[in-house]
Design a protein around this ligand. Structure first.
Ligand SMILES: [Ca+2]
Length: 226
């Protein structure tokens, strides 16, 4: 009987671990890989900036190809050889160091709502801080996009519908190079429908990017840069 009891305790223990790991993010690996023993492992990004946010019904920034798109604006202060972007929904118990708290997050942080994330990394034609205030006329270039990534934890539905992308700077083309400038994270849901739930978005860089700021509005971005 004692053995059976121990086995059931072990099973309870293992299932608890499984629950904790369901939303646990691994280190954010870069495009660079190193051979460790028989396997190639991704070198983690040196700098990871986290943003906790909430997407509310009917507050999308734009409807593009039938999808309701939301934006998070990003000022990148220096040249980066590559950038990574990943998003998990719901934000849940994801442990992150000193995240930026986005609009609406505090009011909804206990919500269990989540959505099938779909992300884009976009850069603008704005290269200077002074240009940000007039960015309404900027052109935007989508550098990379992703719907589902097998590297990300499962959603509460059991599906691997969270997103991750990596983009290498294309030197020589000003609109595709990762120089200092105004960027944005675009996100929506894979299905053409409502986007509703909490999320964690992270930007990864192989070099330190002190002075990165993120906000869901241009005014909010400018406020943080004062
Ligand atoms: Ca997805």
């Amino acid at each position: 009987m004692k053995l059976i009891k121990n086995v059931s305790l072990l099973l309870i223990f293992l299932s608890t671990i499984g629950t904790i790991n369901a939303q646990k993010l691994k280190a954010f690996g870069s495009l660079t890989k190193v051979k460790i023993g028989p396997v190639n492992k991704r070198v983690p990004y040196l700098d990871v900036i986290s943003y906790l946010g909430h997407a509310s019904l009917g507050t999308e920034n734009e409807i593009k190809e039938g999808k309701k798109f939301y934006y998070i604006y990003l000022w990148v202060p220096a040249v980066a050889p590559e950038l990574g972007l990943r998003m998990v929904s719901p934000a849940g118990s994801s442990k992150t160091k000193t995240p930026i708290i986005g609009a609406g997050y505090e009011d909804h942080k206990d919500s269990k709502d989540f959505f099938d994330t779909y992300i884009t990394l976009e850069r603008s034609s704005v290269f200077t801080k002074d240009g940000i205030a007039d960015s309404a006329n900027a052109t935007w270039t989508t550098l990379e996009r992703n719907d589902d990534s097998g590297e990300m934890p499962k959603q509460p539905s059991g599906r691997k519908y969270n997103s991750l992308l990596r983009y290498k700077s294309q030197i020589g083309d000003p609109l595709k190079a990762l120089t200092a400038g105004l960027y944005r994270i675009g996100f929506t849901s894979y299905k053409k429908g409502e986007v509703n739930g909490t999320f964690l978005a992270q930007i990864g860089s192989p070099v330190k990017l002190p002075g990165i700021v993120m906000s869901n509005t241009i005014d909010g971005l400018l406020e943080q840069m004062k």
